[in-house]
Design a binder for this molecule. Structure first.
Ligand code: S3P
Length: 186
């Protein structure tokens, strides 16, 4: 199946997928979709409560179902932010590459600790030492993020405008699908 012209943002919790995704949508008049938000809306329950009542495996299956729904709904021209652990499942990586160009938002562990301390919405980071948890999960995921992504952007100390320019330049040069709806902010 050929690739769609969606932009998919992946990366660790706190990498800025949702905020950058909303910024792109607002500035480029694209539609913004967030798999976590859709899962919460469609199931009428928060991610934390899904983890607590049904467990992680159940949540991962909801993520796969959501990717399949986005493909079935013929989603196009969207910025799609996905949960940090979604690419870990191989089946999801295949679905992601059908859905669009995969952009990996990266930040180092110290930066992620700054952004995530005080957050209580992510069950996988609850309790214990935050930096250790981030390091352990990041070690298990970093090769996966690298392998599934078309482009990686360092999100530390950089404005959204500049992140967008990097991404746009890559898309125009390297992707066979059309991203003509994207133009640099003036
Ligand atoms: C998770 C990331 C979260 C959410 C869930 C699990 C993960 O999304 O899907 O808490 O496994 O990394 P964000 O990356 O948007 O925080």
């Amino acid at each position: 199946m050929s690739k769609r012209n969606n932009i998919i943002l992946i990366g660790f919790m706190g990498s800025g997928k949702t905020t950058f995704g909303k910024w792109i949508a607002a500035n480029k008049k694209m539609e913004f979709v967030d798999t976590d938000e859709l899962i919460e809306k469609e199931n009428g329950i928060t991610i934390s409560d899904i983890f607590a009542s049904k467990g992680e495996v159940y949540f991962r299956n909801l993520e796969t179902d959501m990717l399949n729904k986005l493909l079935e709904r013929d989603t196009q021209n969207c910025v799609i932010s996905v949960g940090g652990g979604l690419p870990v499942k191989e089946e999801n990586r295949e679905l992601l590459s059908q859905l669009g160009t995969v952009v990996y938002l990266w930040a180092d562990a110290d930066e992620l600790v700054k952004r995530l301390s005080g957050d209580n919405t992510r069950p996988l980071l609850a309790g214990g030492n935050l930096k250790e948890k981030i390091n352990t999960l990041m070690d298990a995921r970093k090769e996966i993020y690298d392998s599934v992504s078309d482009i990686k952007i360092d999100t530390k100390d950089i404005a959204f405008n500049d992140m967008f320019s990097q991404m746009e330049e890559f898309l125009q040069k390297n992707m066979s699908v059309s991203y003509t709806h994207l133009t640099l902010p003036t």
